[in-house]
Design a protein around this ligand. Structure first.
Ligand SMILES: [Zn+2]
Length: 489
C-alpha cells in the first residue's frame, strides 16, 4: 500500500471524487471507506470511528452470525476487558504469540497497580479461568459461549477494518468432554463462517487448515477461510481453533468424567471480526464506490423523488411507497434538497443495491425507474421501468439477482486467479507477482515455508489433503498436503 495510512483526507465538497479502483486499490479503498461515511479517522492513533452507515454494515454481519451461533446451540455472554498479567502468562505459547501487541494498564487513578492489566487481545485467558470454576463434572459440558466484544492489538500500521488497534469481533469459546466433540465444533463453526462469507457477504473463500507457523498461539489446529482481493493478495476472513487440552491445563479446566476420573476439558475458540467488511468492500467495489450485496446492505433500496417546480406529487408518492416497501425491505427515502445527479452519485458511492427514481413523466404513466447498482453505468438492464403496482415483486426479484451476480463475479475472479503452477519457476514467478492463489503440493516443512516467504513474500494460506502431486513444488521434497499460497493482508 502506497498511501500514508494516517494522512487525513481533506474536507470534500458534496460531489465526492474517488480514485479509480483499477489504478490504485489502496487509495481507492481508503477513499471509499471515508467518503462513503463508513468510518472517520479519530484523534486516537490507529483507531477509527465507525459511523452509522459503517455500523449498519457491522450490524448486518453481526445479526447473520448471531442467528447461526444460536441455531447451533451457543449463548452470548460477556467477560471483562482487562486481564491480569498473571492469567495471561499461564499459557506459555499463547502469551509469547501475543506479547508484542498487548496494551497494558499500569495505573488506576493516582495509584500504580501492583499487577499490570492487559487490555484483552483475545479472551482465552479470562474465559478459561472462569470455565475452570464452572466445570466440575462431565454433566457441566459442553459449554458453548460466544462473546461480542472489542479487542486491542498494538499494531504499527493501520487501515480501516483490515488492521486497527481496537476492533470489533466475536469470539466463541467452548469446552467439551472429548477431543472428537471439540473437533466437530471447530469444523461446524468454520462451516458457519464459510456460509456467511459466501451466501451473505457474497465473498467466495477457500477453507482449510493453517500451517504450523500460521497457527493461533497455543492451538493444536487452526482452520481458516481465505478470500482473494483484487490485487492478488489473500485475506484471512475468519479462524476456528482446536485448542486441545493446552488451555485446559494452563487454566485448570478439569472435570470428573463418566469413569469418575479427573480429566482436562477439550476447548475451542473461533472468531470473525469487522475485517470481513474490508474483504466485502475490496471484492465488490468498483470505480463508482461500494457495491454492497443486498443481504449485507443497511439500505437495500433508496427512493429518489424528482421534484419539478412546485409539484409535491413525487414526494407524496415516494412517502407512500416507502411506507409500503418498509414492511419488507430496508428502505431509505432521499428527500434532501440536492440535485438528482448528486444524489445518484452519493448512493452509487455508498453501494445501495437498488435505486427507485420517481420522475414526473413516470408518475403520469404510473411507473417508476429502478436502477441496479451492480451493473456499470450505460449497461443494458441497469435501468428498468416498472409499473408502481409491480414494484415490490420486482424489487424482491432484483435483490436476489444482484446478490447472485455479485457472488458470481467474485467467484469468477477467484477461479480465474487460482493457479496450479506446473513448475517450480512458474510458482516462484507467480508468487512474487501476486498472481493470486497458488494451489501447490507442499511438503509441510517450516523451513520450506520460510524459504518461500523469504524469496517471494508469500505464505501458505491454508492446507487440505491429500496432496495432488508427489513432490513439493517449492522445494522438491515429498508432498504431504495441498496448499494455497499467496501474499496476504
Ligand atoms: Zn517444500
Amino acid at each position: 500500500m502506497t498511501i500514508k495510512d494516517e494522512e487525513p483526507l481533506e474536507k470534500t465538497p458534496f460531489v465526492k471524487e474517488i480514485p479509480r479502483k483499477s489504478d490504485d486499490l489502496s487509495e481507492w479503498y481508503q477513499a471509499v471507506c471515508y467518503k462513503a461515511e463508513l468510518v472517520s479517522l479519530s484523534p486516537v492513533r490507529g483507531c477509527v470511528v465507525l459511523r452509522p452507515y459503517g455500523y449498519g454494515l457491522w450490524e448486518r454481519l453481526q445479526s447473520e452470525l448471531d442467528q447461526r451461533f444460536k441455531a447451533t446451540g451457543h449463548e452470548n455472554a460477556y467477560f471483562p476487558l482487562l486481564i491480569p498479567e498473571s492469567l495471561l502468562t499461564r499459557e506459555a505459547e499463547h502469551v509469547e504469540g501475543f506479547a508484542p501487541e498487548v496494551a497494558w494498564v499500569t495505573q488506576g487513578g493516582n495509584e500504580t497497580l501492583a499487577e499490570r492489566l492487559a487490555i484483552r487481545p483475545t479472551s482465552e485467558a479470562i474465559i478459561g479461568t472462569m470455565y475452570a470454576e464452572w466445570v466440575q463434572s462431565y454433566r457441566d459440558l459442553p459449554i458453548l459461549i460466544n462473546q461480542w466484544a472489542n479487542v486491542m492489538r498494538w499494531e504499527k500500521r493501520t487501515r480501516p477494518f483490515l488492521r486497527t488497534l481496537e476492533f470489533l469481533w466475536q469470539e466463541g469459546h467452548t469446552a467439551h468432554e472429548t477431543q472428537a466433540e471439540a473437533a466437530a465444533e471447530v469444523a461446524q463453526m468454520l462451516a458457519v463462517y464459510e456460509e456467511v462469507a459466501e451466501d451473505i457477504a457474497a465473498v467466495p473463500v477457500y477453507k482449510g487448515e493453517k500451517s504450523a507457523s500460521e497457527r493461533f498461539a497455543g492451538a493444536d489446529h487452526t482452520y481458516s477461510i481465505e478470500a482473494l482481493m483484487p490485487d492478488g493478495k489473500a485475506l484471512q476472513a475468519a479462524t476456528s481453533h482446536e485448542l486441545g487440552q493446552n488451555f485446559a491445563r494452563a487454566y485448570d479446566i478439569t472435570f470428573a468424567g463418566r469413569d469418575q476420573k479427573q480429566q482436562h476439558a477439550w476447548t475451542t475458540s473461533w472468531g470473525m471480526s469487522w475485517r470481513m467488511l474490508g474483504a466485502l468492500i475490496m471484492v465488490h467495489g468498483d470505480d463508482l464506490g461500494l457495491r454492497i450485496p443486498p443481504k449485507m446492505a443497511p439500505i437495500e433500496v433508496v427512493i429518489v423523488p424528482i421534484v419539478s417546480g412546485k409539484s409535491t406529487a413525487a414526494i407524496e408518492l415516494a412517502k407512500q411507497l416507502q411506507a409500503q416497501l418498509r414492511l419488507e425491505f430496508r428502505v431509505k427515502l432521499d428527500d434532501r434538497d440536492l440535485r438528482p445527479g448528486n444524489k445518484y452519485a452519493d448512493w452509487d458511492l455508498r453501494g445501495v443495491p437498488l435505486r427507485v427514481v420517481l420522475g414526473e413523466r413516470d408518475l403520469a404513466e404510473g411507473q417508476v425507474t429502478l436502477v441496479r447498482r451492480d451493473y456499470p453505468p450505460k449497461t443494458d438492464g441497469r435501468e428498468t421501468k416498472v409499473p408502481t403496482a409491480d414494484l415490490a415483486a420486482t424489487i424482491r426479484e432484483l435483490l436476489v439477482a444482484i446478490q447472485a451476480n455479485l457472488y458470481a463475479q467474485a467467484r469468477t475472479f477467484l477461479l480465474d486467479h487460482t493457479f496450479a503452477p506446473a513448475t517450480h519457476d512458474e510458482f516462484i514467478a507467480k508468487a512474487k507477482d501476486r498472481a493470486g492463489m497458488l494451489d501447490i503440493p507442499w511438503c509441510e516443512r517450516p523451513q520450506c515455508e520460510a524459504a518461500i516467504k523469504e524469496q517471494t513474500s508469500a505464505t501458505t494460506r491454508n492446507l487440505r489433503t491429500p496432496a495432488q502431486g508427489p513432490t513439493c513444488l517449492a522445494c522438491g521434497e515429498p508432498a504431504r498436503v495441498q496448499a494455497y499460497v499467496a501474499q496476504s493482508y
